[in-house]
Design a protein around this ligand. Structure first.
Ligand SMILES: Cc1ncc(COP(=O)(O)O)c(C=O)c1O
Length: 438
């Protein structure tokens, strides 16, 4: 137990015991959330909450208005088309052109129940294309729930921490996995949750090359769309664009989440974008599970039909209105979320000034960008030990150990829920920690 801590140490220890958790440091995101809710309730003290990636901003108003209008018109009574309402599909296609500079027909632009469902549907479909190719390769660190999805459906996966395989080194590393012929697909997020590294064009070209060589589908998770704030990605139809695999290969699936970019997490609507070539491709082995051999048809009328028969009708109208406003330049969604980068910059400095280190600190020779997440450590402690202690200081986050990272000393911090008014508390708590532990 820690002494002289900002939060009453007896109460913290009692709540940890009551939680039944063997250790705070190894708990999942939701377990930590529950524990901290309990400690806050018992002590009346507000934590610096950095464990969960929830948007910290109000939902995009144009979406809310459109959704209310759609509900008033009665769409709640009607099943939406599984492949999505036509105006939304057209707007997704335009969005991909405007912000990625890639051409995808509306047919392959499909709303899903959050990008989480897009991932689940894709895992189910891509692992059934070719008998024997039933594994996914993750370029880690990554989002733990994707692995949970594969575990639930019983397909295999492998992963590696990319930090030591940036640039040209990525090619040989990818070859070493994909040349086994066991992998149907590869998945990474860009910008990366949790490290916030961003693949550059050379790396995307390497991923495309190696995947083409072994007929592997690239699944690109753009949950933090246009949030590499080092570049101005905010202007529709103008370079620079969100870096994407869509510009390097013909066989890809993009997952574009509405949760963070448009602060629309609650309505569970995201976008799955299937390249034209992949959509129309035939895979004879699909017949084992679906009526046809065509990828796009099997995805929509096989997998998505079976999962949820489409996505909330009113939320589709919301997303349609949001994208229409973004495509016209009226909605400056990137400017709205820039505040995450501004907060990260200040918070990282507070950690560094108080003896902490940034774990993933470099991005191809440049300092890592400031964004939705950052990673930190404290000398001489593992991430698990550090998290165990930080709860006594009113600070909560998650260990990098659950993200597939090799950096076991590390912790992931999410900036979204921390208010500017809490920076003073964060500073004094980090100071107290440093005093007690150096
Ligand atoms: C990397 C990554 N992918 C996917 C998701 C899920 O997105 P959605 O809310 O659209 O299901 C998240 C959410 O935190 C994420 O961080």
């Amino acid at each position: 137990m820690e002494h002289n801590t900002p939060i009453d140490n007896k109460v913290v220890s009692q709540k940890i015991n009551e939680s039944g958790l063997p250790e705070v440091g190894t708990a999942t995101i939701r377990e930590i959330k529950k524990l901290v809710d309990n400690i806050e309730g018992a002590t009346g003290e507000k934590f610096i909450r950095m464990e969960m990636g929830i948007p910290g901003l109000p939902p995009t108003q144009v979406g809310v208005d459109a959704e209310i209008a759609a509900l008033k018109k009665g769409v709640a009574a009607i099943y939406p088309d599984i492949h999505g309402i036509a105006p939304l599909k057209t707007e997704i296609s335009k969005f991909v052109k405007n912000f990625i500079n890639a051409d995808v027909s509306p047919e392959g632009c499909i709303p899903t129940v959050g990008s989480m469902q897009g991932g689940f549907a894709a895992f189910l479909t891509v692992n059934r294309l070719v008998k024997g190719k039933e594994k996914v390769l993750f370029i880690d660190p990554g989002f733990p729930v994707h692995k949970q999805q594969l575990q639930v459906i019983g397909y295999g996966w492998d992963s590696f921490d990319v930090y030591n395989y940036r640039g040209d080194k990525l090619r040989a590393k990818l070859e070493s996995y994909l040349s086994t012929g066991e992998f149907s697909s590869i998945l990474y997020s860009n910008p990366n949750n949790p490290s916030w590294i961003c693949f550059n064009d050379l790396e995307l070209e390497i991923i495309a090359d190696v995947c083409k060589k072994y007929s592997v589908i690239v699944m690109e998770d753009l949950a933090y769309f246009a949030m590499d704030f080092r570049k101005d990605l905010s202007h529709p139809g103008q370079a620079p664009y969100q870096a994407s695999i869509a510009n390097y290969t013909d066989d890809y699936i993009l997952f574009i989440s509405s949760s963070k970019a448009f602060s629309y997490a609650g309505q569970r609507i995201g976008m799955m974008v299937i390249s034209d070539h992949l959509f129309k491709s035939d895979f004879p082995d699909l017949k084992r599970f679906y009526k046809t051999t065509e990828f796009g048809y099997s995805m929509i009328y096989g997998t998505l039909y079976a999962l949820s028969s489409g996505t909330s009708h009113s939320a589709q109208y919301a997303l349609h209105a949001i994208l229409e406003a973004a495509n016209s330049g009226e909605l400056k969604f990137v400017d709205t979320v820039k505040v995450y980068g501004e907060k990260a910059k200040i918070m990282k400095k507070l950690f560094i000034d108080n003896g902490f280190k940034i774990v993933y600190d470099q991005d191809l020779g440049e300092p890592i960008a400031d964004g939705f997440y950052f990673t930190f450590s404290y000398p001489g402690m593992t991430g698990v030990e550090l998290l165990n202690k930080l709860v006594y200081y009113g600070i909560s986050a998650i260990s990098l150990a659950i993200t597939g990272s090799d950096r076991t000393e590390g912790i992931r911090a999410c900036v979204s829920l921390v208010k500017e008014t809490q920076f003073g508390d964060l500073d004094s708590r980090l100071k107290a920690f440093n005093e007690n532990n150096k």
